[in-house]
Design a protein. Structure first.
Length: 582
C-alpha cells in the first residue's frame, strides 16, 4: 500500500514545476491540517498564556516588594541606630563648660558615625542636628538649625516641622528635586524631650531607580506609596509626590498591590493589550513551527523527500562549505526543473566567487597602503626641513642651545614621519624616532617624567612597520596625563622572544577605565585620538603580519597602563606580494 501510494504521488507531481509542487505540498500538508487541528487549540493556548503572564507579573511585583521592604528596613535601621545611640543622647543632653569636653564630643561623633554614612549605597549626606547651645556645630556631622537652606527648605522651619511631627521616623521626597529622598529620625532623650534630629539624604536612583526603572518590559508602571498613600517613588518620576489616581487603570488594565511590613505599598499598574498582542504573536509562531515539524513526519512528506528536500539539503550543505571559504565546493545536479538550474548556477557561482574574493582582498590591501601614503604626502617634507634649517641657523647665531636641541629633535622626528617612500624600517630607526619625540617632551616638561629603556642589542637590525611605537608613547602624554603624575615613569622595552619581537610601553599615568578598555578592544571607542590610534596600528599590523601579530592593552584605572605589540622578527624586508612581510 505504501509503495503504491508513493508511486501515485510522484507520478502526479512529475510534470509540475517547482512552484506547482510547493503549492500542492502547502495545501495538502500544511494548510488544511493546520486549519482543522489549530482552530480548537487557540482558545486554550491564549487563556494559558494570560494566566501564566499574570502569575509572572504577580511574582515580579512580589519580588520587587521584598527588595523595597528590605532596602527600607536597612535605611530605617541605620537611622534608628544612630538616633538611639545612648552615648550620643547623653552627649547631646549635656551642658558643656569647657572646650576640651566639646572637642571630645565632636571627636566621638565623627569617630562613631562618620563611617556610618558608608554602610549603605546611595547615602549622599548624613547630619545630626541639635539645639544644645553649649555644643558647637562642626559642619561635618554636628549641625544646629540656622538661617540656611536644607533640601530646598529653611533649616529652622524644617527642624520645627520635624519636631512637631507625630512620627519619629519619616521618609519624604526633597521638594522640587525628585532625584533625592530624605529620611529624618528624632533623637529623644530619657525624659521624652527631643534633643535633635538625624538627617539622611539619599540618591533616588541608587535606592529606587533600578527597582522601578523598566517594569514589565516598559508595558506598565510601578509605584511605592507611603502610609499616607503619597507616591514616594514611581517609574515615571514626574509623578513622585502626588497621589495615585483612579484613572491609572485604563480599559483592560490591571492593578496589583503588595503591602510592606512598614505600612508602605508597592502598586503595579499594567495593561493587558500588549499581552494580547504578544500572546497572538507567540501563538502564531508556536503554531507554525509545531505544524511544520509535525507535518514533516507524515507520509506524504516522506514520499517526495528524494525529489525536493534531499536535493535542497545537499545544496544547503554545499552553501555552508562555501561560507567557510571552500570555493571548490560543487554539487551534482539532477533533472531539468528549476532546482536543477539552481544547482548548475551554484557550481558556476562558487568558482567565480572564489576568484572575486581573491581580487577584492588584494584590492583592499592596496587601497589601505595607498590611503596611508596619501595621508603622509599631504605635508611637504622639503618645506619643513628648510624651515627647520633656517630656524636652527638663527638659534646658532643666538647661541640658544636648548632651542637647537628642540630643532634637532624635530628634524629627526619629521625625517621619518614625512618620508612617504618607505613603510618598513629597521627597529634602530623606529627607536631613534621615539627618542626624538621624547626629547621634545622632556624639553616641554623638564624633570617631570623619568624615561627608562630596556632595548636588546639583537633587535636593532630587525625590521618593523614604521610609526608603530611612537603613537603608543604619545598616548602616555595625551591620554595618560603622565606629566601630572608624581614620580611619573615611562618604561619602553623592545626584546626578541624566540621568533617574535615584543615591544612594550608602560606608564604609571591615570590608566584606562574598564568601560573604555572594553570599547577599545571591541573597536567601538569614540573618544578623541591623534590620527595614529589603536585602530590604525591594528590595521597596519594585520596588513603586514596577518594573524601572527598581536596588539594588547592592559590597564588599572588611576594606576598604570601597559601596551604590548608582538610581531614576527624579520631580518630583511621581503614583500610576499600580498602586502605582508616575509
Amino acid at each position: 500500500m505504501r509503495l503504491w501510494l508513493e508511486r501515485k504521488v510522484i507520478n502526479f507531481t512529475r510534470k509540475m514545476n517547482l512552484r506547482g509542487k510547493i503549492f500542492i505540498m502547502y495545501v495538502l500538508i500544511l494548510l488544511v491540517p493546520t486549519l482543522i487541528l489549530g482552530s480548537g487549540s487557540i482558545y486554550l493556548v491564549i487563556r494559558s498564556l494570560h494566566q501564566n503572564y499574570l502569575v509572572t507579573v504577580d511574582e515580579s511585583v512580589r519580588q520587587t516588594a521584598r527588595n523595597v521592604d528590605f532596602g527600607k528596613r536597612s535605611y530605617d535601621l541605620l537611622a534608628v541606630r544612630t538616633a538611639t545611640d545612648g552615648e550620643l543622647i547623653a552627649r547631646l543632653g549635656r551642658d558643656y563648660a569647657d572646650t576640651p569636653e566639646v572637642v571630645d564630643t565632636v571627636n566621638y561623633v565623627d569617630r562613631t558615625f562618620l563611617i556610618t554614612s558608608k554602610y549603605l549605597p546611595g547615602i549622599v549626606d548624613l547630619r545630626i542636628y541639635h539645639t544644645n547651645e553649649t555644643l558647637v556645630q562642626d559642619g561635618q556631622l554636628l549641625w544646629r538649625p540656622e538661617a540656611r537652606n536644607i533640601s530646598g527648605i529653611d533649616e529652622r522651619t524644617w527642624y520645627n516641622a520635624i519636631i512637631q511631627s507625630p512620627d519619629a521616623l519619616h521618609w519624604s521626597i526633597v521638594p522640587d528635586d525628585p532625584s533625592q529622598v530624605m529620611i529624618t529620625r528624632k533623637i529623644i532623650g530619657p525624659t521624652g524631650d527631643v534633643l535633635g534630629v538625624v538627617y539622611i539624604l539619599l540618591s533616588y536612583d541608587a535606592v529606587f531607580g533600578e527597582l522601578l526603572g523598566h517594569p514589565f518590559h516598559d508595558r506598565g508602571n510601578l509605584y511605592i506609596l507611603d502610609q499616607s498613600r503619597q507616591i514616594i517613588a514611581a517609574t515615571k518620576q514626574w509623578q513622585i509626590g502626588g497621589n495615585l489616581k483612579a484613572d491609572e487603570s485604563k480599559p483592560r488594565g490591571h492593578i496589583i498591590v503588595k503591602p510592606l511590613s512598614s505600612g508602605w505599598n508597592v502598586v503595579a499598574v499594567f495593561q493587558m493589550r500588549s499581552m494580547d498582542q504578544q500572546s497572538w504573536s507567540v501563538l502564531m509562531l508556536i503554531s507554525c513551527i509545531t505544524a511544520f515539524f509535525l507535518l514533516l513526519s507524515v507520509f506524504l512528506m516522506l514520499t517526495i523527500v528524494k525529489n525536493i528536500v534531499w536535493r535542497i539539503r545537499r545544496l544547503g550543505n554545499r552553501m555552508n562549505d562555501l561560507s567557510r571559504g571552500e570555493f571548490e565546493a560543487t554539487v551534482r545536479h539532477y533533472g531539468q526543473d528549476e532546482l536543477g538550474e539552481v544547482e548548475s548556477m551554484f557550481n558556476s557561482m562558487s568558482t567565480r566567487l572564489g576568484k572575486l574574493v581573491e581580487d577584492i582582498t588584494k584590492a583592499g590591501q592596496m587601497e589601505k597602503k595607498q590611503t596611508f601614503k596619501a595621508l603622509q604626502a599631504q605635508i611637504n617634507p622639503h618645506f619643513i626641513y628648510n624651515s627647520l634649517g633656517l630656524i636652527r641657523w638663527r638659534a646658532l647665531d643666538a647661541k640658544d642651545d636648548e632651542q637647537i636641541r628642540i630643532i634637532d629633535a624635530l628634524t629627526t622626528f619629521y625625517r621619518l614621519t614625512l618620508n612617504s617612500q618607505i613603510s618598513v624600517i629597521p627597529l634602530r630607526d623606529e627607536l631613534e624616532h621615539v627618542r626624538a619625540y621624547l626629547e621634545i617632551q622632556q624639553l616641554r616638561y623638564p624633570g617631570r617624567v623619568l624615561i627608562e629603556w630596556e632595548i636588546g642589542d639583537d633587535v636593532l637590525p630587525l625590521y618593523t612597520v614604521k610609526t608603530i611605537l611612537q603613537p603608543i608613547v604619545e598616548n602616555c602624554y595625551l591620554h595618560g596625563a603622565i606629566t601630572r603624575k608624581k614620580d611619573a615613569v615611562i618604561r619602553i622595552s623592545v626584546t626578541k622572544r624566540g621568533k617574535m619581537i615584543e615591544m612594550s610601553v608602560f606608564d604609571n599615568g591615570r590608566g584606562i577605565s574598564d568601560t573604555t578598555l572594553l570599547e577599545i578592544e571591541e573597536g567601538s571607542y569614540s573618544g578623541s585620538g591623534n590620527g595614529f590610534g589603536t585602530v590604525n596600528i591594528k590595521e597596519r599590523l594585520r596588513l603586514y603580519f596577518g594573524l601572527e601579530a598581536r596588539f594588547i592593552i592592559e590597564s588599572e584605572h588611576a594606576k598604570w597602563t601597559r601596551v604590548t605589540v608582538v610581531f614576527p622578527a624579520c631580518s630583511e624586508y621581503v614583500n610576499r606580494g600580498d602586502g605582508r612581510l616575509a
